[in-house]
Design a protein around this ligand. Structure first.
Ligand code: IDP
Ligand code: MG
Length: 183
């Protein structure tokens, strides 16, 4: 199908802890931008167990589930974080799946991101560098799970207004040395 006829879509991309540990961020972002998709949101975060479980809720019964959760939490890597992106473009869901390659890195096309940089660990985890939403329904669910409306530069989905009283951390009015201490 010609590119112009494809529907405008949004997809969630995660550069997983192995991708960050292997310094693949630049490479992956280059591939995404060369494929003419726009980054509409990005953040680097430590994944909580709750978020990991919600993200992988459909895989709970799988034998590799616990290892998968440990993997996305960064327990097996020096970089205990994930880079989460929302990519927007025509036919972007399938395009990013193609760039990512097959789930099993040993079966993935050798020029795909997973084929080039993924591996299967001795524990049997598919360390496949990148997550990409599999269809429009999943993309919506995942984007809403990882991002709040105001973190995305486009209004992708309908929003509502609600007044909430929240306690949140603010910058303290002092100047101190940068700390990488974990919370
Ligand atoms: P996908 O990431 O290609 O959409 P899913 O089936 O949604 O594949 O699985 C989510 C993640 O779980 C995969 O990216 C991979 O890290 C891991 N995974 C999937 N299937 C297996 C498996 O059979 N063994 C080990 N890990 C797996
Ligand atoms: Mg999937």
């Amino acid at each position: 199908m010609a590119q112009e006829n494809l529907p405008l879509e949004a997809t969630l991309v995660l550069i997983k802890p192995d991708g960050l540990s292997k310094s693949l961020t630049g490479n992956i972002l280059t591939r995404l931008s060369e494929a003419k998709m726009e980054i509409a949101a990005a953040k680097c975060l430590r994944v909580s167990r709750e978020l990991a479980e919600k993200h992988y809720r459909d895989l709970k019964a799988k034998p590799f589930y616990e290892e998968l959760i440990q993997y996305i939490l960064g327990k097996y890597h020096s970089r205990k974080k994930v880079l989460a992106l929302v990519c927007v473009g025509k036919g972007v869901i399938e395009k990013v799946r193609q760039l990512a390659g097959a789930t099993n890195p040993e079966e993935a096309d050798s020029v795909s991101i997973r084929g080039q940089y993924g591996r299967i660990t001795t524990k049997g985890v598919y360390e496949n560098v990148i997550h990409a939403s599999s269809n429009a329904k999943e993309a919506e669910r995942e984007i809403k799970l990882w991002f709040e409306p105001d973190e995305i530069i486009f209004d992708l989905y309908p929003t509502t207004q609600s007044e909430v009283k929240v306690k949140k951390r603010m910058w303290a009015p002092t100047q101190v040395a940068i700390s990488q201490n974990q919370k």
